[in-house]
Design a protein. Structure first.
Length: 674
């Protein structure tokens, strides 16, 4: 019996071992299959999510890029990659969802809409924008909202916003799908663990070994799923480049902080909005890779100088924000000063020192705004005020800034219609040779009288026109009217001399000035030697090579070139040697102090000697007194312009001035036209 029992026991043990081995093997195979399935689903979800995140980033980049058409190609490529991963994901049984497919269809429809809008000639290579869509849209308050240009930008921006909404919806769906994947994987793995409990009763040692292996594998899978979920959450709330909080996290934090401040008496919230000055020049000069390194370095410096309890965010491009909670404004101001200081420290990139500055705007809760949107808008307004006041500083928001912005928008609206309404006029200030007593020419001065605003100073509306594209149409109008008037005077038998016309820098670099001048000379049959173009020293510094080429072409045609406001800009003797100029105009800020102020007198004498030494003629503007005239005459400056002889005159009054003006060498001028 014992033998039988032992044999049976051995048989049963062998059978149990065999059965246990079979069960263990079956379970192992099933687990491996489950693991491979979970791994495949995990990878498919991750790949789709990352591809969609890249596509979403490229979509956001369309709003801040200055190479819209080029970056649109990258945008299309990233969508194609996403579509490839999404197709693989959609083939999995657990991923079959009409919602996902509908969202992708909506995305494709919005992309077609954007593609159609990008075909608008306003976005062609010939009409490349100097600023990003977000910047142009942000400057929408300074534009005419009925213009085709602004409507096109606004519609394109809206289409991109709609597309981003669908992208956000799809990202949430994919994140939900990932959580579902994790849940299903855990359920399958939990079932496998329960089955492992019965295996040791049949084949303890075999099952124990398999169980240990399975537990180890299950732990790795769970750890990977948890890490993957954390990674997705990090990507959704952080900037991919600087690792700072992104716009989404910034908005969530700001709204949460404002809610806490409403419940806490005396607690203030400060929103600091920082924009790097001249960052576009870094990208244009060194490339976007260097620009990215600069942004990362700035982000690192901000992290080091700003308290850890403040949220630092990168909204996009070169814009950063900081949310500060305090019971007074001193900590906010201290942080702003630190940000200005660290931004202006040199940045070493590839053995090259790069120097930057920043402009900062600050809005406060509850003083300036009661919600997140108003705080961001007011901080942005204050930032632009800081830029207007010289950059490299910070400004707290106040209501006057908004009022000034509104007034600026209203003025811009009137300015856009000024040519159509015939509100512009030209005045002519005579230029006199005090040695011969003759009129040698006149300077053209633009005047604007609006029925609502009244007389607007050129010092106000000319910078506004240069800030927008209106300087092109206004500049062309001035050229046309001045050439026409000069031709009429000559045809009437008058001798108006040279007519000097101021040219803005944008007219030099962004219009075909040579072609425009050539056309006008032919149209009005004018001798080019009767035309003088006045440029500023700033034009020279912006792009010396291009300026020299354009001015050389004009001078070859016979057009005379003069430097206006000499001595107030970035004078360079090397540029003066190379530039094809004929005349230097001494700025009135120096004339005002002569002969009483010795410094001004020395400067004026030096400029006169410098001009003659370079073979150039020289003219002084802003001459108002006989003493100033005598000093200039003694200094051998014979060409004069100013109120001593005449204020700027209308065309009709200038004709009378041409007819009646006489000046003997020892006489004071007649001022009957003042």
């Amino acid at each position: 019996m014992k033998t039988i029992k032992i044999q049976r026991l051995a048989f049963y043990g062998f059978f149990a071992l065999l059965l246990g081995s079979i069960i263990s093997g079956t379970m192992l195979i099933r687990l491996l299959l489950n693991y491979e399935t979970i791994k495949e689903q995990q990878q498919s979800t991750k790949s789709s999510y990352e591809a969609l995140s890249t596509f979403k980033y490229n979509t956001e980049h369309l709003l801040v890029t200055t190479n819209l058409l080029k970056d649109a190609q990258t945008w299309h490529s990233s969508f194609a990659i996403f579509k490839e991963h999404f197709t693989k994901l959609h083939q999995l049984e657990f991923a079959n969802s009409d919602d996902l497919e509908n969202l992708v269809d909506h995305i494709e429809q919005e992309m077609k809409t954007i593609d159609t809008q990008l075909k608008n000639p306003l976005f062609s290579d010939k009409n490349i924008m100097e600023k990003s869509l977000l910047r142009r849209l942000g400057e929408g308050l300074n534009t005419n909202e009925t213009s085709l240009y602004y409507i096109a930008i606004r519609n394109l921006s809206n289409s991109i916003d709609f597309l981003q909404q669908y992208e956000n919806f799809l990202l949430k769906e994919l994140q939900y799908l990932d959580e579902l994947n994790q849940k299903m994987g855990n359920e399958k793995l939990d079932g496998t663990k329960q089955m492992l409990i019965a295996v040791p009763l049949v084949a303890f040692f075999t099952t124990l070994l398999v169980g240990i292996i399975l537990w180890y594998m299950i732990g790795k899978i769970e750890l990977k799923l948890q890490n993957h979920s954390k990674t997705l959450d990090y990507i959704a709330h952080h900037d991919h480049l600087t690792k700072l909080a992104n716009r989404a996290q910034f908005i969530e934090k700001l709204e949460k902080t404002l809610h806490e401040a409403r419940l806490t008496k005396g607690l203030h919230v400060g929103l600091i909005f920082m924009d790097l000055d001249r960052f576009k020049e870094i990208n244009d000069s060194f490339g976007h890779s260097v620009g990215d390194m600069v942004l990362c370095e700035i982000a690192k410096r901000l992290t080091e100088c700003i308290p850890a309890d403040c949220l630092i965010s990168r909204l996009g491009g070169d814009e950063f924000t900081v949310i500060v909670q305090s019971y007074d404004n001193k900590p906010i101001e201290k942080i702003a000063r630190s940000m200005v200081w660290v931004s202006q420290q040199p940045i070493l990139v590839k053995e090259t020192e790069i120097y930057l500055t920043c402009s900062i705007g600050i809005s406060l809760f509850p003083l300036d705004a009661n919600d997140a949107e108003s705080m961001l808008r007011n901080a942005d307004t204050a930032m632009y005020q800081a830029k207007d006041e010289g950059k490299n500083n910070f400004k707290f928001y106040n209501q006057a800034m908004t009022e000034a912005s509104i007034a600026k928008v209203q003025m811009e609206s009137h300015l856009r219609k000024a040519i159509e309404k015939g509100e512009f006029s030209l005045h002519y200030q005579p230029q006199i040779d005090i040695i011969t007593g003759s009129i040698i020419g006149s300077e053209v001065l633009l005047r604007w009288r609006n029925e609502t605003l009244g007389d607007v100073s050129p010092a106000i509306f000319i910078p506004l026109a240069e800030e927008t594209t209106m300087i092109f149409s206004i500049g062309n109008w001035v050229l046309e009217e001045a050439f026409k008037q000069q031709a009429q005077w000559i045809q009437a038998g008058l001798h108006p001399g040279l007519i000097a016309i101021n040219i803005a820098s944008k007219q030099i670099y962004h219009t075909d000035l040579v072609s425009i001048i050539t056309t006008l000379l032919q149209k009005y049959a004018l001798d080019p030697h009767m035309i003088e173009l006045e440029i500023t020293e700033r034009i020279i510094v912006e792009n010396p090579t291009s300026a020299i080429h354009i001015l050389n072409t004009l001078r070859t045609m016979g057009i005379r070139i003069s430097i206006d406001d000499f001595g107030t800009g970035y004078s360079s003797l090397s540029y003066l040697k190379q530039l094809p100029i004929d005349k230097i105009k001494i700025d009135q800020s120096f004339i005002r102090g002569i002969p009483e102020q010795n410094d001004d007198a020395q400067i004026v004498s030096t400029i006169i000697h410098l001009a003659y030494g370079l073979g150039l003629s020289v003219i002084a503007e802003g001459v108002e007194t006989q003493a100033q005239c005598e000093f200039l005459k003694a200094s051998n400056c014979r060409e004069i312009q100013g109120y001593l002889y005449s204020k700027p005159l209308s065309a009709k009054n200038f004709e009378q001035f041409l007819t009646h003006f006489t000046l003997q060498a020892s006489e004071k001028p007649s001022r009957i036209f003042l």
